[in-house]
Design a protein around this ligand. Structure first.
Ligand code: MG
Length: 304
């Protein structure tokens, strides 16, 4: 691939890519890859392959891909907390878990008021240790990405788990399919995707932005950006406040004012992205059956 890998929609995007840097397909052979999380100390990327019920490990040093966890309880989104620990959303387990340094798994959440979660999708950790995740029904709609089941909650919420007490509460209840989420660099705003319009015309396919109060309460929630190519899924910020979001035709770069300034075009439907490499300037992109990457002249936001 080549300079045609990029689409400039605003001159601001010209500083966000190097026209001689090609998008690389690092690996293929999955069914629906998701949940990239980059570990600088290990120089590897962990990611999910949801329908194959496994998590994989891309070794940045030799380019190999191997199995990290199988079965994975149909793991979906992953992130790394402030202590460097892996946090995982499991469709099959209908829960969010943390992998400790010694390999044990700690339950973060699997119930709300006595009812099982639907199928946690994506997760972020704030610097105060709180864990925020979305809970759409994609993992219980069929057996493709989990185990077919009825929703016990009867709704699709965004949850916050207190990092100290473990208390779980709903922070947003007016999404149809809450999905990817990301805090702004100053953590005063939370951006959350509604991906409902990806499968059903006329439903929302946008990113909303909320103000985050000190106690974790959200307010606002207006539309920040509407997807122009299918739907948004996972997304990450760079350290200049631009949002890089997975869509059907690639990765969309959205500046802080909500303007779509450019795209990295990918030949498969994208699910999620993460900045990695020792300098956080290599963007890993999970897209359908494959893992892609591209070296950029921008750096990802440091979140741990
Ligand atoms: Mg997702």
């Amino acid at each position: 691939m080549s300079a045609t890998d990029y689409e400039v929609l605003d001159p601001r995007f010209r500083d966000c890519f190097n026209r001689t840097a090609s998008v690389e397909r690092l690996w293929t052979g999955g069914r629906w890859t998701e949940g990239p999380a980059y570990f600088p100390a290990a120089r590897h990327l962990l990611f999910s392959d949801i329908p194959n019920n496994r998590m994989l490990r891309f070794d940045e040093c030799d380019g190999s891909v191997s199995v990290f966890r199988q079965p994975s309880n149909y793991a979906n989104g992953n992130t790394i907390d402030r202590q460097g620990r892996l946090i995982t959303c499991e469709h099959g387990g209908r829960r969010v878990v943390r992998t400790e340094r010694d390999g044990r798994m700690t339950l973060i959440a699997d119930h709300y008021k006595g009812k099982r979660l639907n199928s946690p999708n994506d997760v972020v950790v704030r610097s105060d240790g709180s864990i925020w995740f979305t809970d759409p029904p994609y993992g219980i709609l069929s057996d493709y990405e989990g185990h077919k089941a009825e929703s016990e909650l009867g709704g699709n919420y965004v949850f916050r788990v207190d990092g100290t007490t473990g208390e779980i509460r709903i922070v947003a209840d007016d999404f149809i399919r809450p999905n990817g989420l990301a805090f702004s660099p100053d953590e005063r705003r939370l951006y959350i995707v509604d991906s409902a319009g990806g499968r059903t015309p006329d439903l929302p396919k946008h990113i909303r932005v909320f103000d985050v109060a000190a106690d974790g309460t959200l307010s606002g929630g207006s539309e920040f950006a509407d997807c122009t190519a299918g739907r948004f899924d996972g997304m990450r910020f760079d350290d200049a406040g631009r949002l890089w979001a997975a869509t059907d035709d690639g990765v969309h770069c959205i500046d802080a004012d909500g303007a779509l300034i450019g795209k990295i075009l990918i030949p498969e439907i994208c699910s999620n992205v993460v900045f990695g490499g020792p300098k956080r300037n290599y963007l890993f992109i999970c897209a359908t059956a494959s893992l892609y990457g591209v070296l950029l002249p921008v750096n990802g936001l440091k979140t741990f």
